[in-house]
Design a protein around this ligand. Structure first.
Ligand code: 5RP
Length: 235
């Protein structure tokens, strides 16, 4: 292998492997993030080569929409379709039960809508995203409507979390989501019951959606470098 960034290589390979699973005549959920960006690029490449035909994408974010347009993937909306064949999306953490933390790109609300509707939800991650327990390395993102930010942060603290308002990078002020809301990242010492926590947090008035994806993923593709060679395996 060359001295290319190994994480980038893993992301590219796993994105390509997911794109290779897309069949002609299908409706594809297009996820958000740097790994899915490669999948979108390769789906576009397969379309332009004529390897697959009649694909329409459902974007999970403004980023996915921009990339799909760049790579020539026609787009539609949830109002115009009755199913999604496959969704491809990244994750920030994956546990052994294929439960996920998502939202590193502040897109988890739309991602959950699209990924949960898909007949098959394929997660694409590099090996560094695998964890025994969710919350070990990544904070849990929670999308909150702006007027409710203070009571929601208080409620998250009462649940034992340490909430922090996500701030923009190269932009003064907080991150604003594609829906015009704010994101709170919450550190929990231990997420023992992700299924219960997902529901409890979503029950706080003012919370739109949190980044726990429990029982949604069907297939997890993991990009790894083994003996200097990039490989992709199914978890
Ligand atoms: C965006 C997400 C992303 O899928 C997640 O953050 C992984 O991103 P990347 O592939 O860049 O590591 O949930 O909201």
């Amino acid at each position: 292998m060359t001295n290319a960034d190994p994480v980038k290589v893993m992301k590219q390979e796993v994105g390509k492997a997911a794109a290779d699973r897309v069949k002609s005549n299908s409706i594809v959920g297009l996820g958000t993030g740097s790994t899915t960006a490669y999948a979108i690029e390769y789906i576009g490449e397969r379309l332009s080569k004529g390897e697959i035909t009649n694909i329409v994408g459902i974007p999970t974010s403004f980023q996915a929409e921009v990339l799909a347009k760049k790579y020539g993937i026609p787009l539609t909306t949830l109002d115009a379709i009755d199913h999604i064949d496959v969704a491809i999306d990244g994750a920030d953490e994956v546990d052994p039960q294929k439960n996920l933390i998502k939202g590193g790109g502040a897109a988890h609300t739309r991602e959950k809508v699209v990924d949960a509707l898909a007949d098959e939800f394929v997660v694409v991650v590099d090996g560094g995203k695998l964890t025994d327990k969710l919350g070990s390395t990544f904070l849990l993102p929670v999308e909150v409507i702006p007027m409710a930010i203070t009571p929601v942060m208080n409620a998250l603290s009462k649940l034992g979390g340490k909430p922090e308002l996500r701030m923009g990078i190269k932009k003064a002020g907080p991150v604003v989501t594609d829906q015009g809301n704010l994101v709170v990242d919450v550190k929990f010492d231990s997420i023992d019951n992700p299924e219960e926590l997902e529901k409890t947090i979503n029950n706080i008035p003012g919370v739109l959606e949190n980044g726990l994806f429990v029982g949604v993923a069907d297939i997890v593709l993991v990009g790894e470098i083994i003996d200097g060679k990039p490989t992709v395996r199914e978890m």
